[in-house]
Design a protein around this ligand. Structure first.
Ligand code: HEM
Length: 412
């Protein structure tokens, strides 16, 4: 992989001696415990080694994540300034998310303000009443495919395809194209030649869509971006549509899966005889505090030598945002989640000018809330088909989501 500005390896090796390996099975089942131990040993900013033993800093403190994300002039978003590019293996798993691309995500300063601002405005144009109606229909159709069976894997059959189907509506794609899009996006996440071909098919579909919308605009996201006063090229719109699709897919799927898991396994959410139970909205918020989909996020790169919580961070070093760790920082939640009930100050969507746009957060919430509502409404006696301990988390330090969520219910 070539990068226009590869930088030099000016790494402070000593700082990373004893760095915590941010990968492996210990992370998979109990990341919260790992963050607690790291915080006790290293404080709010810990030296870590990412897969491939690439050095980085993990920011575990709430105040420190806030500081990093609020100061883009010191902690920049353009990954080309990473001083360790020469050690990154070509098959490094996070590469597709970290390698520089000309999408809004990697732009900075003035360019990001107009590019990101346009994206926010285009997403804000979504009609939430219509979106919720469409998600109800999508949810109903997905449930129809397994409701007669009495059992289902809610990740593969519901939570994973649903966000993409919703996004394809926001993009004004023909409904008949949606199943193929879902298949290709899922396949492009695997490895091998078929994954590359699937990725190319998705790119080609988005190219075609943008060309169609340029000729015949509609009430959809691509048309709003194309018509924006900044005057995007077709290629820029394609990039940002790709970006939104990727940003929405697994995050929204895991938010759905983790919420359903919580509601099925925690008695505070069970329907009591008196009809009282905690609401779906409360479950959505608790998941963002306790099991947030984006656990750790790559990242930011120091634009100059600087200090963070007493650590010296050298120019070009990688800073990983420990969003899940920040959410459980004893500084913001001294006792437990009880301190955070009703509070939306979680770091789950990050913060600052590169944080998940507010309009995107609202879209995600409409999708997840509707998806969970329809599910509970259609399958009211649904329960876990395995014990809670048998649920397996995906082996990732980046995303928190289940590999499968097997449930059973009375066939309808
Ligand atoms: C409809 C669904 C969603 C869309 C369209 C969306 C869109 C985006 C976009 C465009 C960005 C890049 C912002 C920029 O760099 O200017 C972003 C960043 C991000 N999003 Fe979302 N998002 C969605 C759902 C979610 C969900 C459900 C979560 C987690 C709960 C999430 C967490 C994040 C995080 C952590 C970032 C990185 C922010 C940073 O670099 O500081 N997003 N999202």
């Amino acid at each position: 992989m070539t990068h226009p500005e590869p930088g030099t390896t000016s790494l402070d090796q000593l700082a990373h001696v004893g760095g915590v390996r941010l990968y492996g099975p210990r992370f998979q089942q109990n990341p919260t415990q790992m963050y607690r131990e790291m915080r006790a040993e290293h404080g709010p900013v810990a030296p870590v080694l990412l897969e491939g033993d690439l050095p980085a800093w993990l920011v575990l403190g709430y105040r420190e994540v806030h500081y990093v994300t609020a100061n883009p002039q010191i902690f920049g978003r353009d990954s080309r300034r990473w001083n360790a590019w020469d050690r990154v293996p070509a098959d490094w798993a996070p590469l597709p998310y970290v390698a520089y691309q000309p999408s809004a995500v990697f732009t900075e300063g003035e360019e990001h303000r107009w590019r990101g601002g346009a994206l926010h405005e285009a997403l804000a144009g979504v009609d939430h009443f219509e979106l919720r109606t469409q998600v109800e229909q999508i949810a109903d159709e997905l449930i129809d495919t397994f409701s007669g069976r009495g059992q289902a894997d809610l990740m593969a059959e519901y939570a994973l395809p649903l966000p993409l189907l919703a996004i394809s509506r926001l993009y004004g794609m023909p409904e008949s194209d949606a199943p193929e899009l879902v298949r290709d996006v899922m396949a492009s996440g695997d490895s091998g030649d078929e994954a590359v071909r699937a990725h190319e098919r998705v790119a080609e579909r988005i190219r075609k869509l943008v060309a169609e919308k340029r000729g015949r605009p509609g009430a959809d996201l691509p048309s709003r971006l194309l018509a924006h006063r900044v005057g995007f090229s077709d290629e820029e719109v394609e990039r940002d549509l790709f970006l939104c699709m990727g940003a929405a897919q697994l995050t929204t799927a895991d938010w759905t899966g983790n919420t359903v898991r919580l509601m099925l396994t925690d008695e505070r959410f069970a329907l009591t005889l008196s009809g009282h139970r905690r609401s779906i909205g409360q479950a959505l918020s608790e998941v963002l505090w306790e099991e947030t989909p984006t656990q750790n996020f790559i990242g930011r790169w120091a634009t100059r030598d600087t200090q963070l919580a007493g650590r010296i961070i050298r120019k070009g070093e990688l800073v990983v945002l420990g969003l899940a760790a920040a959410n459980t920082d004893p500084y913001v939640r001294p006792n437990s989640y009880a301190d955070a009930v009703g509070n939306q100050a979680y770091m789950s969507f990050s913060h600052g000018e590169h944080g998940c746009p507010y309009s995107a957060r609202e879209i995600a919430e409409s999708i997840v809330e509707t998806a969970v509502e329809v599910l509970l409404d259609r399958l009211p006696d649904m329960e876990l088909a395995v014990s809670l301990d048998a649920l397996v988390w995906r082996p990732s330090v980046w995303m928190r989501g289940l590999i499968a969520l097997p449930v059973c219910f009375t066939p309808t």
